[in-house]
Design a protein around this ligand. Structure first.
Ligand SMILES: [Zn+2]
Ligand SMILES: [Zn+2]
Length: 165
């Protein structure tokens, strides 16, 4: 979403509300293991503080990810706080901030960066998910199977077996 900041860019302390509801298609260029729903919601403000434009607000997004243990799809809802700064591109040399040119601030990039950082390292459908049988693939949350998982030989154990011969 591109926000016209011409009303606040020259006035210290001035601010404007930013409300966004929609998709962030560029997010799909990132290699994440999750599938985002195209219903991102951001409600916040951009305030001119000492020449920096400070973006802050609440970002809501939803995605599906597969349980690491049983591969079931898990719907996840996430609410995060976003706080980022923008600086006019000609003044960006020694400031760590997103840049903007003219009177337009594009908030997509900081929103996307914050989403990527907030994604869980791994998704598990529930703490006591039993996962899939490693022999026959049965979902052990649904039913038991009669496989003997000890049949799967850990390669490290294999080495030890030879050692003790
Ligand atoms: Zn699971
Ligand atoms: Zn099995």
């Amino acid at each position: 979403m591109r926000v016209n900041v011409s009303d606040i860019v020259k006035t210290e302390g001035a601010g404007l509300d930013v409300d966004f509801l929609g998709d962030l298609p560029e997010l799909r260029e990132y290699d994440t293991s999750v599938e985002f729903k195209p219903s991102f919601k951001f409600a916040g403000r951009i305030v001119n503080l000492g020449g920096l434009l400070k973006l802050s607000g609440d970002l809501h997004f939803e995605f599906n990810a597969n349980c690491l243990r049983c591969l079931k799809q898990v719907d996840t809802v996430s609410d995060i706080q976003v706080e980022e700064n923008f600086v006019e591109v000609s003044k960006s040399d020694d400031v760590d901030a997103y840049t903007f040119e003219g009177n337009v601030v594009d908030i997509d990039k900081p929103l996307i960066d914050n989403i990527i950082l907030a994604l869980p390292m791994k998704t598990i459908c529930s703490d006591d998910c039993k996962g899939l049988c490693r022999v026959c693939g049965t979902d052990l949350n649904l039913k038991n199977c009669n496989c003997d998982e000890r049949e799967i030989v850990d390669p490290r154990m294999e080495i030890l077996k030879d050692y003790f011969k």
